[in-house]
Design a protein around this ligand. Sequence first.
Ligand SMILES: Nc1ncnc2c1ncn2[C@@H]1O[C@H](COP(=O)(O)OP(=O)(O)O)[C@@H](O)[C@H]1O
Ligand SMILES: [Mg+2]
Length: 232
Amino acid sequence: MTAGIVHDFRNILAIIGSSLTLAERHLGDPQRIDAFIGRAQDGVRRGTKLTAQLLTFAKEPDPVTRVRNLNECLQKLELFLNSGVGPEIRIVLQLAPDISECLLDQAQFNAAIVNLVVNARDALPKGGTIEISTERWAINTVTVDGPRPGRYVRLQVKDNGQGMSPEVARRVFDPFFTTKGERGTGLGLPQVSAFMRLINGHVSIASELEVGTTVRLFFPAVEADEDDDTSR
Ligand SMILES: Nc1ncnc2c1ncn2[C@@H]1O[C@H](COP(=O)(O)OP(=O)(O)O)[C@@H](O)[C@H]1O
Ligand SMILES: [Mg+2]
């Protein structure tokens, strides 16, 4: 994901660097100096614009927990996700309009979604579709390792990629477990799971080799006073 952005930055710095070197070489020629400095300033402007975009993506350096609408959080991320996965992969958002608000830190939420989308992208080497959906969800029964009974927003990240074997699936939340060799860190899913634990939510994964993977995040709903009867 960051590779594209780093690449852009390197190009911008190269342009600034070469413009300044050229300006230095032509100190006796004010007209050319002007042109080279203009080009360097252009580079600085482009770099500044790029950092501004990056900042809107990871605005909050310290955790700031706020009541948020997950649909809005996802819409703010959509452009960034689309540019990060490249042209072969389509990201489709399916957002239920009636979801409750949730308490969370936007930067941690962004990191979790980016981790899941990058994993989905890696599972789709030939391209494909990543579907991100939200919906109201209620859990009424107690299960051993499922979410606690209560009201949630269920967010799914679904790919139709390579999927995982049961042996891999068992270990994906272990820190540093990766099947990607040098390219992997094995820290994506542990981040997602730590974040969901922090907000008293839950994460579960369903995966089948050659069929695809669905990661389900259960975000506790901020209880409003309204009645509702949408439990299922
Ligand atoms: N959407 C997915 N499809 C197939 N395998 C996945 C998916 N998400 C995660 N995995 C598996 O889980 C492992 C751990 O994922 P993660 O913690 O994000 O670390 P990393 O992506 O650096 O390997 C991956 O190496 C991969 O084997
Ligand atoms: Mg990962």
